[in-house]
Structure formats: C-alpha cells, structure tokens
Write a protein that binds this ligand. Structure first.
Ligand code: FES
Length: 152
C-alpha cells in the first residue's frame, strides 16, 4: 500500500537524476502499482516544479496509473488487423458494459482495461488478453465469460 515515507525515500534516491520526474514516477509505480495523488506535492517540492506540472506529466504518459489496478487485467488489441475485424465497435461495447474508459478500473476494483497494439493474434482477431491469457475472436460475451471464470 501507499506509504508517504517510502515514497519520499524513493524520490530522494532519484532526485539528483537529470529529468528526474519520469524515473521517479516509474519507480513509484513499480513500488506501489500506481502513482498516488499524495506523491504529487512531494515530487513538486523535491524538483522545484508546480503541482500542475507534475500532474501534467502523470496524465501525459498513459503508463502511469492514478489508482491501484483491478484484480484482473484486460488488454484489448487496437492495432490494424483487429480494427479490420471490427474491434473499435466491439471495444466501445465492452467499455460501456464494464462502465470504464481506457486505462480505467471498474467501480468494484475487479477489472482494469488497457489498450495493446498487436498480440500476434491478427489472423484470429479481434484479440485480447485476460490476465495475460490470449483470447482470439473476441466478443463482448466471450470476454464476459472469461472474466466470470476468473472471478469465480
Ligand atoms: Fe490485433 Fe495483431 S492486430 S492481434
């Protein structure tokens, strides 16, 4: 879990680096699984930046999570071959069903959805990963079934 003293220690270890913001954010995410809101003022003070600048950096790079990830990770392929199989419409349907946007986590903390760009399932698209297990010929129903199985 998030710990301010630990975060402060991590920031202190990296503060001397040139362009320290990104290494600090990566180190915080590696340690805590996300970048807690409470890190923003610590980083801003350590690097003499405004809080808005630190926020800007966190939101600009989609790698950074602002909240802990869900227990299950869904990765949906947005690359070309899957798009040709209708992935855009399918993703819209899936996101609506889960009530999240890209990079979002369901309200119950169960599922986080991330985009990926080609999983090598192009011939059997649309492709997805559920907790790193590949799902070919994805549909909203097959994804729901896979998630239900994981949660049971
Ligand atoms: Fe989606 Fe290759 S383009 S798996």
């Amino acid at each position: 879990p998030w710990s301010e003293p630990r975060a402060a220690g991590i920031i202190a270890e990296h503060v001397h680096l040139e362009g320290a913001t990104l290494p600090i954010l990566h180190a915080l995410q590696d340690t805590f699984g996300y970048v807690d809101e409470g890190a923003v003022p610590l980083i801003a003070d350590a690097l003499n930046l405004s809080r808005a600048e630190v926020h800007g950096c966190i939101t600009f790079y989609h790698d950074f999570r602002r909240a802990p990830a869900g227990r299950h990770q869904v990765k949906l392929c947005r690359a070309e071959a899957c798009q040709a199989m209708g992935s855009d419409a399918l993703h819209a349907q899936i996101l609506a069903r889960l009530g999240v946007d890209w990079h979002g986590t369901t309200a119950d903390g169960e599922v986080t959805v991330e985009p990926v760009y080609c999983l090598g399932l192009c011939a059997n698209g649309p492709g997805a990963l559920v907790n790193d297990e590949p799902l070919a010929r994805l549909t909203a129903d097959s994804l729901e079934a896979a998630l239900t199985e994981k949660m049971s």
